[in-house]
Design a protein around this ligand. Structure first.
Ligand SMILES: C[S@@+](CC[C@H](N)C(=O)[O-])C[C@H]1O[C@@H](n2cnc3c(N)ncnc32)[C@H](O)[C@@H]1O
Length: 313
């Protein structure tokens, strides 16, 4: 079927909102109504541009027009306030970074990926913040699904679990959770994880998983960022970190499962040097080569990714 909607998901209001967040316009209008011309002057912005952008923000419902100027709309306040847990700024910032990669697709087609984009502390913070928000809806149902599949679980290693959302949902099941992630990600999240009593390991899973004896090793949205050789190596290390009777659980896109999956493969093309969306047969091969058995694939309610599991005898 051909997609006839050339602007799926109305991308323009989001681009306008991203720009307004980045430039400080939203923060300036969080509490105090101001006429657009005045806020332009205060932030040293172009007045003509500010007035047009403010019009979109009002029409989209992010700002509200009052007699004394414009202000963030009460309904949107939690989403736009950096101090609120519902803040969507990190997600939008990360989307902005992705757009800057996606527009380089013609060059990537000529020369191969990834697209060029400097990684900064802000972009890492936005990436991790975005992952935290993105996992919120599915974290609890996925933990329930895993608890039903592996009821004897008491200890979990969450590889690539630095954002912490899934780890917290595992902990709600009474499981003892350890998160392994890159040092810079653990450093970002250390306070939140420590406060929740979650153990951490700083490391690179493609080099080693320096821990053992877990009932469950979970890898959520990790494999797609790695090359096939790295995936095989992480599957082997994950198997080594399991107690006998334990299980490896992988949440990821599967090749050949529709538009979200083929789009995500392009995402990995522009964003990583070796990442991809892999086929069920690839995962099965990596798990079996790692000595794991009973490979199985499950749907995850309401999500495009699949849950893949395999056990250690
Ligand atoms: C796309 S995020 C997914 C986060 C979370 N697991 C989830 O499902 O929402 C991938 C995470 O894996 C981490 N990661 C990627 N490659 C890794 C590696 N080789 N070793 C350890 N962590 C890695 C990233 O830092 C990031 O926190």
């Amino acid at each position: 079927m051909t997609s006839t909607d050339l602007f799926p998901g109305q991308w323009q209001p989001q681009v306008v909102l991203m720009a307004a967040l980045e430039i400080g316009l939203i923060e300036a209008l969080l509490d105090q109504p101001r006429p657009p011309a005045r806020v332009a002057q205060e932030l040293a912005l172009d007045e003509r541009a500010t007035v047009r952008v403010v019009s979109v923000l009002v029409d989209a419902g992010y700002l509200e027009q009052r007699s004394d100027g414009v202000v963030v709309a009460p309904d949107a306040r939690a989403l736009l306030d950096p101090a609120d847990a519902a803040f969507v700024g990190d997600r939008l910032w990360h989307l902005h970074d992705l757009l800057r990669r996606w527009v380089q697709l013609p060059e990537v087609l000529r020369a191969g990926g990834p697209a060029r984009l400097e990684r900064t502390p802000e972009s890492l913070r936005a990436f991790i913040g975005s992952m935290r928000v993105g996992a919120r809806e599915r974290a609890r149902p996925l933990a329930d699904q895993l608890a039903a599949l592996f009821p004897a679980t008491k200890t979990v290693l969450d590889v690539g679990g630095g954002p912490g959302t899934q780890a917290l949902a595992f902990q709600d099941h009474g499981w003892q959770v350890t998160v392994l992630d890159f040092p810079e990600v653990i450093d970002l999240m250390t306070d939140d994880l420590a406060r929740a009593g979650i153990d951490v390991i700083k490391g690179d899973a493609t080099r080693a998983i320096p821990a053992q004896g877990f009932d469950l090793v979970f890898c959520g949205n990790l494999f797609h960022s790695m090359s096939p050789a790295e995936c095989a190596s992480v599957a082997a290390s994950a198997a080594g970190a399991l107690a006998s009777g334990g299980a490896l659980a992988i949440l990821d896109f599967l090749r050949g499962t529709g538009l979200p999956s083929s789009l995500f493969a392009v995402n990995m093309l522009v964003a990583t040097s070796g990442g991809d969306v892999y086929a069920e047969a690839d995962y099965r091969r990596w798990c079996e080569a790692a000595g794991l058995r009973d490979f199985a694939v499950y749907d995850v309610m309401g999500h495009s990714q699949r849950l893949l599991t395999a056990g250690k005898r």
